[in-house]
Unconditional design. Sequence first.
Length: 331
Amino acid sequence: MKWHTGIIAAWFLAAFATSSLASDETDRFVRMGWSKTDFSRITVPPSEVISGGPPRDGIPPIDNPQFQPARADRTLADKDPVVSLEINGDARAYPLRILIWHEIVNDTVGGKPVAVTYCPLCNAAIVFDRMVDGEMKDFGTTGLLRNSDLIMYDRQSESWWQQFTGQAIAGSQVGSSLKFLPARLESWAEFTSRFPDGKVLVPNNPGFRNYGRNPYVGYDSAAAPFLYRGKMPEGISPMARVVVYRIAGKTTAIALSMLTKSRELMHGDITIKWKTGQASALDDGEIARGRDVGSITVQKKNASGSYEDIPYDVTFAFVVEAFEPGTVIQK
């Protein structure tokens, strides 16, 4: 397995010592710069929270995203993976070649404040509504992980939010959850076919990072995840891709391998489809040259009988085991 040695050296693991919120643990969080976070309210064992290496916003979110017409792009290959989002006729693509270096984009699409997020270690591409209890939130990266997943924070309350679940896990916002928004993880060719007049995110500073390169070479072919100490799933590789969606509080998880065989599955009024053409962002050193993992759509039949997108994620099997224990992965 190949690893980017600079990233691994920088992201050295540092774990907390106990599972109870003792005063010394609170002091550790405070010494890390979280003096404004209310740690009298926390829903997870502090021992599960570890350092990913970078400090707060060491992986810098994008707060003033810049776009250009999709037709004008000359950098993306057809297989380049993008998070696509359409709200009120405003269609935008967020390439993983950019998100892999920033993880969060605070944006407004079709008049709605949104956070477009990507956690490479979980391959979790999720879009959230930034409005919480009537207040618009701006999100950053804490530099901390739980179950190998990004912990975000909002700048207004400095509460911590688990990216995979959208739940506040520490601070005054505990008890709140972010609303998932329908989005797709698809190829650039698919986005431009659906939205030829759409827009695409471009780097604010093209020289700031080595955009288009993958700092996690070979990660999704590894035997085990990085910076994860939890229980592994049974009967499936921890790094196998799994499609996850939630309806009425129930989580459904389907191994991607099922879909690559059948290409379409029906679950009641839910239709899940797979087709070829999207590169893995976590395989080759050049993202656009990653092996073809295909694209997924998850749609629900509405009252009129037509189908509309619902929120979903294509993550790894170990993530399902970590955050949705008891959920049986269909394989």
